[in-house]
Design a protein around this ligand. Sequence first.
Ligand code: AHR
Length: 353
Amino acid sequence: MKKKISLLFLAIFIVGIMVGCGSNESMSKKVELRDEPVKSSSDYGNGTGNISSGGTNKDNNTTSDTLKVGFIQTANESGWRAAHTQSMKDTFDTDEYTYTFVDGQGDQAVQIAGMERFIKEAYDVIILDPIVEEGWDDILKKAQNADIPVIVVDRMVSSDSSLYSCWIGSDFEKEGKDAAQWLVDNKGTTEAQNIVILEGTKGASAQLGRTSGFDAVISQYDNYTVLASEDGDFDKAKGKELMKNYMGRFDKIDVIVTQNDNMAYGVIEAINEAGKKPSDYTIISFDGEANAFKEMINGNIAVDIECNPLQGPTIEAVMKKLLAGETVEKKLYMEEGVYPASVAAQEVANRKY
Ligand code: AHR
């Protein structure tokens, strides 16, 4: 029976991808879950199109004293995200834990429903990667009243920090500053440079921090003009459309800032399809995927600001301290670097995502 149900969900998942997306490029909304209970990875896969062996699949192995860890992901919008999901799975989908994965499908309501479920089922720890920063107060209070620690990861919540245990992720503001500083260092402070920006999902920490960090540095120099800064939703297809739109609207674009690699791939396609060359622009991207390093080697991306998705082991270490009653840092940043195209060939083999 269980097998039949799993096969049914797999079929729904595949049809959802074929009908909803037309390709694998834009997978944020792959399954419509509105009236259904939130599913775990064991029900329908981890967003890569493969059925995942999520912790809930291992019913036979788990015992009542196994720590129940629930992870709520944002979606599966990028290679970065797939690497993040995999890092969590590698860390927590072991015999040590009963691990349940919820794919938020780019929808905060789905994420909140996942939280409700974990609270109702008395999970020991909830790990939340919030799609946007706003709108978490009520559900965080519920978790706190139920005495369930919540570890916020990757993106931030705007709620009072007393409502969650700690946060682990990237310094998005610094990433934005690093990008702008690289530009100033490499293009100088005299020659006029027109910039277009493709932003990530509105209200997500990565969009907010990268936008304000970049602006804080670039606004100090008169030779830089931001022509437009619009929403590409961290999505390749949307990034491609937005780049086509920018090329139609602006005669002279010198610098293109894409707030993730996924959108950079869409930008490169749009430029090629317009009969132009990506190397004629200065393309600045974020994440540091191996594929982006290949694009740097090809001369298509000028610099990539790393955002480290391999957070599972760090999250586990913090979680263990927390459960042992030790004090943990309220905010913990991952280590990240800045990779210009000049180092791409030597670094590409070291990329783990
Ligand atoms: O929150 C991290 C960002 O989210 C990554 O830059 C991006 O690829 C993902 O969608």
